[in-house]
Design a protein around this ligand. Structure first.
Ligand SMILES: Nc1ncnc2c1ncn2[C@@H]1O[C@H](COP(=O)(O)OP(=O)(O)OP(=O)(O)O)[C@@H](O)[C@H]1O
Length: 606
């Protein structure tokens, strides 16, 4: 496998692959079940229009064999009117049928999109850290989008073409069974060829969708603010374009192969079917020539018109079969996402707390990101954090500080021991309780492409303008926002106003103030802020932590002095704990860290 595909497939879904088509079929059929009423109407319309179309050749035979030869103009007029009426009726039925079936198809796609989005919303952070950016978008956009033709038109086209073929065959037998046998002789061969072509195209379609996901991933990864920054500063712009072009080239090849796969075989089928009338004239002539039963001109013309009328639905039926097989590949990719196991779930009867006090305890907690990990990321963690008290976690980089903080809001679940909030295991709490109880201000503040006010209101949709302003004031960012050209209506994000690191952090703090959680997790930004900004951010943090249980992941020691407890982590274990003064007096690991920090701070910049 090529390395790119390795990347795309880095996240491999559980091996409960739906290999057996019958299961997939019933699943696809189930998607349409809520719309069976409307589909029944489509079926009825289709049956009606097929019956009406089949009536036409009989009218034609009557015109040719009776009305014209016998000069019955009254009958002729009626028959002609009948033919016109069938055309009008068919037109109307067609429009109604398209309307209903397109609506049903679009509804099914909407259901699938929403189901996939909902499932992904429930996935844990672990899934997103393992999945390549762009892959998810591609499944939603390209795979579900690719099904459009199948779900909107396939069901109707299957029913309408099948009914048309069956009705035509019945009518053909009624006209002349011998000519019918000649016409249908090759049909099984055609069906067999179409199925084979379908299977081949399905294989290519799977590859094509993977390729599209790979391209999507390149676009999302490299054409984002961070991606452009990386590409520019590393001088890789031209080479990224070359990579993209190579991937796109592969797609060209796959698309051409997908469309051309079996194209010749299908063309031969088409040629044989269109040459069929000639064969019928020949057969009728030969039979009559050899003294066999004569076929009337009216019957022959009506038969050929039926046979010709059957030609289009048969070819479409075969093509639809091919298309359905191709889209089975897309359905499979979507079902894979819908079958993703959700690893962090809410208990069936979770505990609700109206307002948590904020007592946090870690009891003999173990955690590993990967079950096969040689040594756990966190081991034997015991922390008792009474409501309203503060804990600072310090330690070397990679010692597990951030990981520890993920376990309280259940971004990951412990692999041993338990974390409790007010004495209840966080895994037993309802998601709403946990979200209301724990606020997180992380290192990277993510701002939505929306106005400042909307970004703040994301934390509390019902917040009044006054509440928003008050939160921004407490977070020391109000004056800055007020000074922007559009104030709180200023657009934030990639094409809007860019906030600096310190400003973004204060916006994140304002958001958390609006949520007003009793427990706070502060993952300090690692990037150094200038002294004035740092003071402003620190003031905002102090205002935010007032009266809340606070866990600070401290990357700089200057901010931890006042914590009620300091825990020193080393390779996932707490090696020291106490207050700043106690730990300094102890002269151990913490004291060494402080000494190093002070030395760094006092070393003159040359
Ligand atoms: N999603 C992940 N999958 C696997 N391992 C991970 C994941 N996230 C972090 N780790 C590993 O877990 C260990 C602890 O990481 P963590 O981010 O908790 O450290 P930290 O103490 O917060 O570091 P820093 O101070 O540099 O932010 C590291 O060895 C890291 O490589």
């Amino acid at each position: 496998m090529r390395p790119e595909n390795d990347l795309v497939n880095r996240w491999t879904p559980p091996k409960k692959k739906s290999q057996n088509p019958p299961a997939d079929w019933s699943r696809i059929v189930r998607l349409f079940r809520p719309y069976r009423g409307r589909l029944a109407v489509v079926g009825a319309l289709v049956a009606l229009s097929s019956l009406v179309s089949v009536a036409s050749p009989f009218l034609l035979r009557a015109i040719l064999d009776t009305a014209i030869p016998q000069g019955r103009t009254g009958l002729l007029g009626l028959l002609v009117l009948g033919m016109i009426a069938t055309a009008v009726a068919n037109g109307i039925f067609g429009v109604l049928q398209t309307l209903i079936s397109t609506t049903v198809g679009q509804r099914v796609m909407h259901d699938l999109r929403t189901a996939v989005y909902e499932r992904l919303q429930r996935m844990s952070l672990a899934f997103f850290t393992r999945t390549r950016t762009g892959e998810v978008q591609s499944r939603i956009a390209n795979d579900i989008g690719g099904m459009q033709a199948t779900v909107t038109s396939t069901a109707t086209s299957l029913v309408s073409n099948a009914t048309a073929v069956i009705a035509s065959v019945v009518a053909m037998v009624a006209l002349d069974w011998r000519l019918t046998v000649i016409s249908l002789l090759l049909l099984p061969v055609f069906v067999w060829v179409a199925r084979k072509v379908g299977r081949e195209r399905k294989k290519i379609a799977t590859e094509r969708q993977k390729q599209m996901a790979a391209m999507s991933a390149i676009v999302t990864e490299s054409l984002s603010v961070s991606g452009i920054l990386l590409g520019r500063t590393m001088g890789r712009g031209a080479s990224l374009t070359r990579d993209f072009s190579a991937e796109s080239e592969r797609l060209v090849d796959l698309e051409v192969r997908s469309n051309m796969q079996g194209r010749w075989r299908m063309a031969v089928i088409g040629i044989v079917m269109s040459a069929m009338p000639a064969l019928l004239y020949w057969a009728a002539g030969i039979t009559a020539g050899h003294g066999g039963p004569a076929v009337s001109i009216g019957t022959l013309v009506a038969f050929v018109s039926l046979q010709q009328g059957m030609f289009r639905p048969t070819v479409s039926l075969l093509a639809t079969g091919v298309q359905v097989q191709t889209s089975l590949a897309l359905f499979q990719r979507i079902f894979e996402y819908l079958d993703l196991p959700v690893d962090i779930t809410e208990r069936p009867d979770p505990v609700h707390l109206d307002r948590a006090r904020g007592d946090i305890r870690f009891e003999n907690v173990d955690f590993s990101y990967d079950p096969d990990q040689a040594r756990p990321t966190l081991h034997g963690i015991d922390i008792d954090l009474p409501a309203g008290s503060t804990l600072a976690v310090v330690g070397a980089t990679g010692s597990g500080k951030s990981t520890l903080s993920y376990l309280v809001p259940r971004l990951y679940d412990v692999t041993g021991g338990r974390v409790t909030l007010d004495g209840t295991d966080v895994r037993d709490l309802s998601f709403d309780t946990l979200a209301a109880a724990v606020g997180v201000v992380s290192q990277e503040t993510y701002l939505l492409h929306a106005s400042v006010a909307e970004n703040l209101r994301f934390a509390k949709p019902e917040a009044t303008d006054e509440e928003i302003r008050a939160a921004a004031r407490t977070a020391q960012i109000h004056d800055h926002i007020a000074g922007l050209p559009d104030g709180y209506d200023t657009l934030v994000g990639e094409r809007g106003y860019r906030f600096s690191g310190g400003e973004k952090q204060r916006l994140a703090i304002a958001r958390t103030i609006l949520r007003d959680p009793p427990v706070l997790i502060l993952d300090e930004a690692t990037s150094a802020l200038d002294t004035r900004t740092e003071a402003a951010v620190q003031d905002a943090i102090d205002a935010l932590s007032e009266g809340r249980t606070t866990i600070t992941i401290a990357h700089r020691l200057s901010t931890v002095r006042d914590a009620d407890q300091i825990a020193v982590l080393d390779a996932g274990e707490i090696v020291e704990r106490g207050t700043h003064d106690e730990l300094l007096a102890k002269g151990g690991r913490y004291a060494a860290l402080v000494r190093r920090d002070t030395q760094l701070a006092t070393t003159p910049v040359s």
